[in-house]
Design a protein around this ligand. Structure first.
Ligand code: PLP
Length: 366
C-alpha cells in the first residue's frame, strides 16, 4: 500500500503552511507596536463600521457577484464597467487566481527582487519555476532593471510581475518601461498595492485598455486600512478578467467585506486623511534619521521604509531586536547585496513613529 505522501502532487509534498512569525507575535503580545506588516495604523472609519454592522445582519445569506462594488471600482479607475474588475479575498487571492489560470508545472514567473513574498508562494504551489531578477543597488538606491527583466524572458515565461511602488524599496518604475514589458505580450501583472499613497495618477491602469496582457492588482489592505477584512481586486480587459474569474472559488469574497469595501471606496475623505497622515509621517521619519552616518534610507512612496545599516557596520536583525526591547516590532530583511544591515519599518501612529525614530537613533549612536 502506498503512503499518504505518495499521493500528494510533488510540488506540494513536504511544503509547510505559511505562517508569518511577526504577525503571530503581534497577536500574541498585543502591547507590542505593529510596525512590521505594512498595515494601516488607523481603525476603519465609522462609515465602514456601519456597513460591517449592517451587512453582519445579512451574514446568513450568500453574497452575490459584487456588481455594486465592482462598478464603483470601475468608476474610480475610469474603466467601462464591472466586467473589468475581479474581486479577491485580499489581493493575495487575486494573484492565486491569475497564476492558476496561466501557469503549468515547470513554467516560469519572473519577479523583480527584493519584493513581496506571495508571488513565490503561489508559483511554488503550482509547480512553477520562479525567476528572480535582482534590482541594482547603486548610489545608495535600489534601481529597477527593466532590461534585465526583459532579458530573463524565455519560451517558458508565463507571467511577469512587478510591484509599483515596490515593496520594500518604496520606489516607482518609469511609465515608459511598463510599455516595453507590456509590448512583449506576456501576461504582465502590475501590483499596485500601495499606489493610492502617491495617488492613482501614478497607476498603470490605462495600459489595460491597450494591452490585454496587462493586469493591475490592488488591495484595500494598505491605504484603505482594511487588511484584516481581506479585500483585493484585479483590473483588466473584459475578456481577460472574464476568463480568470472562471477560476474563482464561488463566493470567494463574503457579504461583509464586499459592502464594507464599498463604504471604504465611497469615503474619499477618509482615504485622503489616511494618505496625508502617512505621507507626512514618512517624511518625518526619513528626515529625522537622515543624518545618521552609514544608515542608508530608501525614500518611500508607500507606508513603509527600507533601511540599510550595513555601511555603519550594523546588522538589521540587531536593530529589530533593539526595537523589540523598546516595544516595537520591525521587519528584518534577509541578507542582500552583501549587506546584512537591511530592515524595514511600517508607519505607525504619531507616537509609534517617534518611538521608532528614537529607538533607531539610540541604536546607531552606540
Ligand atoms: C506589494 C504587495 N502586494 C500585495 C500585498 C498583499 O496584500 P493583500 O493580500 O492583503 O491584499 C502586499 C502586502 O503586504 C504587498 O506588500
Amino acid at each position: 500500500m502506498k503512503k499518504i505522501e505518495d499521493y500528494y502532487v510533488p510540488w506540494v509534498r513536504g511544503i509547510k503552511m505559511y505562517i508569518s512569525p511577526h504577525i503571530e507575535l503581534a497577536w500574541r503580545e498585543p502591547e507590542l507596536r505593529r510596525m512590521m506588516s505594512n498595515e494601516n495604523p488607523h481603525h476603519p472609519s465609522p462609515k465602514v463600521l456601519e456597513a460591517i454592522a449592517e451587512y453582519g445582519r445579512m451574514a446568513n445569506r450568500y453574497p452575490d457577484q459584487g456588481l455594486a462594488v465592482r462598478s464603483k471600482i470601475a468608476e474610480i479607475n475610469r474603466l467601462e464597467g464591472p466586467e473589468n474588475v475581479m474581486l479577491g479575498n485580499g489581493s493575495s487571492e487575486v494573484f492565486d487566481m491569475i497564476f492558476r489560470s496561466l501557469l503549468e508545472p515547470g513554467q516560469e514567473v519572473i519577479q523583480h527582487t527584493p519584493c513581496f513574498g506571495i508571488y513565490k508562494l503561489r508559483c511554488s504551489i503550482l509547480g512553477g519555476k520562479l525567476v528572480s531578477v535582482p534590482m541594482v543597488y547603486q548610489d545608495r538606491l535600489l534601481h529597477f532593471d527593466p532590461d534585465a527583466v526583459l532579458d530573463a524572458i524565455t519560451d517558458q515565461t508565463k507571467i511577469i510581475v512587478i510591484a509599483n511602488p515596490n515593496n520594500p524599496t518604496g520606489n516607482f518604475l518609469e511609465a515608459k518601461q511598463f510599455v516595453r514589458i507590456a509590448e512583449t505580450g506576456i501576461p504582465f501583472i502590475v501590483d499596485e498595492a500601495y499606489t493610492e499613497f502617491a495617488g492613482l495618477a501614478k497607476s498603470q491602469v490605462g495600459l489595460t485598455q491597450r494591452y490585454e496582457n496587462v493586469i493591475i492588482t490592488r488591495t484595500l489592505s494598505k491605504a484603505y486600512g482594511l487588511a484584516g477584512m481581506r479585500f483585493g481586486y484585479a483590473l483588466g480587459a473584459k475578456r481577460v478578467i472574464g476568463q480568470i474569474s472562471a477560476a474563482l472559488l464561488p463566493w470567494n469574497v463574503g457579504t461583509i467585506p464586499m459592502w464594507a469595501a464599498l463604504a471604504a471606496l465611497e469615503d474619499t475623505e477618509g482615504l485622503q486623511k489616511r494618505v496625508e497622515f502617512n505621507n507626512s509621517e514618512v517624511e518625518f521619519i526619513q528626515d529625522a534619521l537622515s543624518d545618521i552616518p552609514g544608515l542608508n534610507i530608501f525614500r518611500s512612496h508607500g507606508n513603509y521604509i527600507l533601511f540599510d545599516g550595513g555601511p555603519a557596520g550594523k546588522k538589521g536583525e540587531d536593530v529589530v531586536a533593539h526595537a523589540q526591547e523598546k516595544g516595537l516590532i520591525f521587519r528584518p530583511q534577509s541578507k542582500m547585496y552583501g549587506s546584512d544591515g537591511f530592515f524595514r519599518l511600517t508607519v505607525g501612529s504619531k507616537e509609534e513613529n517617534r518611538m521608532a525614530v528614537e529607538a533607531i537613533q539610540e541604536f546607531f549612536a552606540h
